[in-house]
Design a protein around this ligand. Structure first.
Ligand code: SAM
Ligand code: SF4
Length: 517
């Protein structure tokens, strides 16, 4: 069948969609880029904020209108975090939905599509995530809620669906099989245009930050066998990939043990960095609590590990960090930043912040602004707190910061970050950067000349994750070039490509991806 997938949310979802596409192709389906031409439409969804879920509802609503307008209707599937959170409820609310598949069950999609094609409603949810949710409820001492969850949180009305579902098919959560999709990964038909690939090293999260839905939809933390990760990366590199990003919700908590040997995240980083011909190794996202010095030393000692850490503080105020259950204080975060800068000179840092968390005062907000001012962050993502059903914050803490205050605080943090980001980026003016070309910039055509294959606006990234714009031929996509940095904004650099392209890269050649002239 012709299948269309739209992906919302984080890098993990983008990787999930790529793996799903590969498994569907292997099962004989064809992936199409045009939703109108598809016989199966899949939305891979995000649940992290309310806004992300609203986007899915509007897509499903659009599909209903599409059905009214056109001939045979496509099979409609909702995948990922929101599917796991809402479960069968989605089918009850939107009869139009045929497939509901949680992020831990994606390997079963070919089977679910076949069931839907035969007229069934097909639902597959991750029992591990449900278990995590139950356990969380227990530790929250909310007896009544435990009861409600054990009856099936999504079956709130208590009436069974009028349609048969295949809920309860045994799940593929075997300790050595949860990465079956990753291991079966195939080269996409048009490869990886910019030779960059994501690789999952673990699934789930056990941190239970009080605002966060992830542990409840992606289930408990489970690390992949290191040998399988290295094997997958060797295959990717053999297929032409030169930059790999290791993915995990709190990637630095990676830990695998067979009793005799324990592999920490720093060990895994070192093993992966040794894969021959891997030019760049990145990882996201890191939790400050588990960012131990062994990781910093491996970063400092390997030329192909990018000196970039996405290290979300979430808040600069101890009271808020405590209520968020982040398990570190402001001064511990500051000490970590200082250690990172000392052990990995030139390291580039980026952050995430939540504004308007329950009980956040003006003084707490100012503490976050202060953290940004002192951080030297390249960039920060700032989010307005969004209560997520089932999380400890949504249950136990009133959402008491008015929306207009959240909006103001959001704008204020972004304004502080803009100043910090500008100073950060300006410090690279006059240097030469090694840039992996990601392709034509969305700005192409807006620069006062007609872009051509030989000369267009290109965009790429340095080892420090800086975005760099420059002019060049589109054929450079996926190549490493040197760019002399001439201008900076708060979010990006601009420069001129030096004639010669780089044949070998890494810090061995250009320091931290930059060289001073
Ligand atoms: N695992 C990562 C971590 O711990 O940093 C990121 C998880 S989440 C997908 C990405 C970001 O979304 C978080 O860093 C946080 O700033 C934000 N976020 C998560 N839950 C949120 C909520 N309920 N409301 C607003 N922002 C939220
Ligand atoms: Fe969510 Fe916290 Fe886990 Fe990140 S570390 S996924 S914010 S619970």
């Amino acid at each position: 069948m012709k299948v269309y997938i739209e992906t919302m949310g984080c890098q993990m979802n983008r990787l999930d969609s790529e793996l799903v596409a590969a498994s569907l192709r292997a099962a004989g389906h064809e992936m199409v880029a045009d939703r109108g031409a598809a016989e199966v439409v899949l939305y891979n969804t995000c649940s992290v904020r309310q806004h992300a879920e609203e986007k899915v509802y509007s897509r499903i609503g659009g599909a209903r209108r599409q059905k009214a307008n056109r001939g045979p209707r496509p099979i409609l599937g909702v995948l990922g975090c929101m599917a796991q959170r809402e479960g069968e409820q989605l089918i009850r609310r939107f009869g139009r939905v045929d497939i509901v598949c949680g992020p831990g069950q994606l390997a079963r999609l070919p089977e679910l599509i076949a069931a839907a094609a035969a007229g069934e409603k097909a639902v597959a949810l991750d029992p591990d995530a449900l278990e995590a949710r139950r356990e969380k409820m227990k530790t929250d001492h909310r007896g009544t809620e435990i009861q409600r969850v054990e009856e099936g949180d999504w079956l709130r009305s208590g009436t069974p669906l009028a349609v048969p579902t295949n809920v309860g098919i045994p799940a593929a959560t075997d300790i050595d099989d949860f990465d079956s999709l990753d291991m079966a990964r195939e080269i996409p038909p048009d490869g990886w245009p910019s030779n960059q690939a994501y690789v999952r090293v673990m699934k789930g999260c056990d941190n239970f930050c009080t605002y966060c839905i992830v542990p409840l939809v992606r289930g408990p933390e489970l690390s992949r066998r290191p040998v399988r990760i290295v094997q997958e990366i060797r295959r990717l590199v053999d297929a032409g990939v030169t930059e790999v990003t290791l993915l995990g919700q709190a990637v630095n908590r990676y830990r695998w043990s067979d009793g005799a040997r324990t592999v920490r995240f720093s060990d895994l980083l070192a093993d992966v960095a040794d894969v021959p011909h891997l030019r760049r190794l990145r990882f996201v996202t890191s939790h400050p609590l588990d960012f131990t010095d062994d990781i910093l030393h491996v970063m400092a000692g390997r030329a192909n590990i990018c000196q970039y850490i996405h290290l979300p503080p979430q808040s600069g105020a101890d009271a808020v960090l405590g209520r968020m259950n982040r398990k570190y204080t402001r001064s511990q975060y500051d000490e970590l930043v200082a250690r990172a800068r000392q052990i990995v000179p030139g390291v580039v840092l980026a952050g995430d912040f939540i504004v308007g968390f329950p009980g956040e005062t003006e003084a707490d907000h100012e503490a976050s602004a202060d953290l940004i001012r002192k951080s030297g962050f390249k960039n920060s993502f700032v989010f307005k707190y969004s209560p997520r059903p089932g999380t400890a914050a949504a249950k136990n803490m009133p959402d008491d910061v008015p929306d207009e205050v959240k909006r103001r605080r959001n704008n204020e943090l972004l304004a502080v970050q803009e100043q910090v980001g500008l100073a950060h980026h300006r410090s690279y003016i006059g240097t030469t950067a090694e840039v992996l070309v990601e392709g034509q910039s969305v700005r192409a055509g807006k620069q006062g000349f007609e872009p051509s294959a030989e000369r267009t606006q290109l965009v790429g990234r340095t080892m420090g994750d800086h975005i760099v714009h420059f002019l060049g031929p589109q054929s450079l996509t996926g190549q490493y070039v040197r760019v002399r940095i001439a201008e900076a904004t708060s979010l990006a650099l601009r420069g001129e490509m030096e004639e010669e392209t780089i044949s070998r890269g890494g810090r061995g050649e250009l320091g931290a991806g930059f060289a001073r002239k």
